[in-house]
Design a protein around this ligand. Structure first.
Ligand SMILES: NC(=O)c1ccc[n+]([C@@H]2O[C@H](COP(=O)([O-])OP(=O)(O)OC[C@H]3O[C@@H](n4cnc5c(N)ncnc54)[C@H](OP(=O)(O)O)[C@@H]3O)[C@@H](O)[C@H]2O)c1
Length: 223
């Protein structure tokens, strides 16, 4: 398969890229720094620049990939601002979260739709978060991150509905609490465990599973 993964320079994105690369797939990973570009290219993974806060960056990536079929796009890149409490809410951070976690993945998926339609598998995956679940929110706080992931869930659900007639399948996943820069060292699982589950979910993604919000282990999650 031809696979594009955003935020592939570290964390879950790097593990996903390495996993698919090891299986012999053609992997394109997006990065923002020269250091991460070089690290991916050392592994034989093509690295392309993408900053999800910049619409021109999304359009430049689409232009660079014009005419190239993609079977799977994994919208993985994300940010979390540690605004656990109400008095920490900051307008810039809130907008930044929306740009990277919700609007950016929507604009990128739309820009790369011709590539996806030219591919065989036609799978569009989003790495969301259980913190975007309104139904599961029993602890409050984290306003910007929760809102941006809830918005991502709404975006992915609409894409699942709108693109179903064209055969596109949309998967929406919580990766678990994962040991990365974002998840921190106290997180419950490592990136390999998360990616083993996520890639299994993506493998199983069919018409019936499209538009569902699932844990990395396959458990359905509340919206
Ligand atoms: N770790 C967890 O416990 C956990 C739990 C639930 C959901 N998630 C979700 O899983 C996904 C991956 O998280 P992670 O734990 O691997 O995080 P991470 O280690 O912090 O990595 C985040 C990735 O996103 C990229 N990124 C950030 N801002 C970007 C931007 N403006 N444009 C393009 N790329 C950008 C980063 O690129 P740079 O290296 O250039 O900064 C990096 O590759 C995220 O969507 C996150 O919300 C994680």
């Amino acid at each position: 398969m031809n696979i594009l993964i955003t935020g592939a320079g570290r964390g879950i994105g790097l593990e996903l890229a390495s996993h698919y690369q090891a299986l012999g797939h053609q992997v394109l990973g997006t990065v923002r720094s020269k250091q991460h570009k070089a690290a991916l290219e050392t592994k034989g993974i093509r690295a392309l620049e993408l900053d999800l806060t910049q619409q021109h960056s999304v359009l430049e990536l689409a232009e660079a990939l014009k005419g190239q079929a993609l079977d799977l796009i994994v919208n993985n890149a994300g940010v979390l601002h540690a605004e656990a409490d109400l008095d920490e809410v900051d307008a810039f951070n809130f907008a930044h979260c929306i740009q990277v976690n919700s609007l950016g993945p929507l604009l990128l998926s739309r820009a790369l739709l011709p590539n996806l339609l030219a591919g065989k598998a036609k799978k569009l995956a989003f790495i969301s978060s259980l913190m975007g679940s309104v139904g599961d929110n029993g602890s409050g706080g984290y306003y910007s991150y929760r809102a941006s992931k809830a918005a991502l869930n709404a975006v992915a659900k609409s894409l699942a509905v709108d693109l179903a007639p064209e055969g596109v399948r949309v998967g929406l996943y919580h990766p678990g609490w994962v040991q990365t820069d974002m998840g921190g060292p106290r997180a419950l699982i490592d990136t390999a465990t998360s990616v083993a589950g996520l890639t299994q979910r993506i493998e199983e993604l069919d018409e019936a599973a499209s538009g569902r919000f699932l844990n990395y282990d396959g458990k359905p999650l509340p919206w």
